[in-house]
Design a protein around this ligand. Sequence first.
Ligand code: AMP
Length: 310
Amino acid sequence: MAVTVVGSIAYDRVKTPFGERERMLGGAAVHFALAASFFDEVRVVGPVGDDFGEAELAILRTRGTSTDDVEHVSGGRTFFWHGEYGWDLNSRETHDTQLGVFEHFEPKLSEPSRAADVLFLANIQPDIQRQVREQSGARFVALDSMNLWIEIARDSLMKTISQVDCVILNDAELRQLTEKPNLVQAARALMAMGPSVVVAKQGEYGAALITAEEFFALPAYPLETVVDPTGAGDTFAGGFVGYLARHADDLHDGATLRRAMAYGTALASFNVEEFGTERVARLQADEVSARVADLQRITHFEDAPIELRA
Ligand code: AMP
């Protein structure tokens, strides 16, 4: 079954301690689509400007992703983001965000995009996320967001969250949004608003899954070289939500959710090895499977109980 995604389609300027790119393909919906397309047909909804090139569209279409609902706004500029990372790759500074064609964007979903069973509201203004949510007939809806929208559109974001099944946020954003210092408390606060699944992304420390019934956590895949973390969260979401889309009859099954976490983790690990979309655009299915198998081995242990001293 198909996955529809709305979110930024962008040009990114990024500097990390290991290099920089002046203008590369980025955007939350783009990173998501590159990962989710390993599992299912992905349909991207969003606008681009005159500056968006054919080469970038071709990357977006990797593994058959549909760009039928990517609207070319004549005379407009594509969303632009400029960020910089220091030695701590878990935190970054945003120097510039230019909404461009997203500023006056009113999404109109085509029939196939409305009909997709799974919808991902990737990072963009929560009003736009809600307009898409309201047009969609999806039976599972997940959402991501970020500090900018928590700061400038908090009420709208809360309203959107109350209309989704799953929230995927950074741990710091979860705390900022709920004003709860503890992850489990923060997740419970969100679940009280409607969602039944909360995923807390923790950068190089991995990700945690919280539902009413369970808690599950995975470390990040151990890498020796990380070059650019931009898009890691969206790539994780693409793996997680994409895996769930392929298992739509078991969406609330704990074992399925845990496997989805493994696929999200494996995919995100490739994203950070090179700048932007460079690595995931040429990634092969067998490479993903190999890292999922590694993760299973790395995280498995068997207890050999001993008598503990009293
Ligand atoms: P991530 O590293 O997973 O948080 O995602 C990075 C991507 O999000 C970049 O490719 C940016 O183009 C995009 N981005 C940055 N800021 C925003 C924003 N305020 N709204 C939507 N997308 C954004």
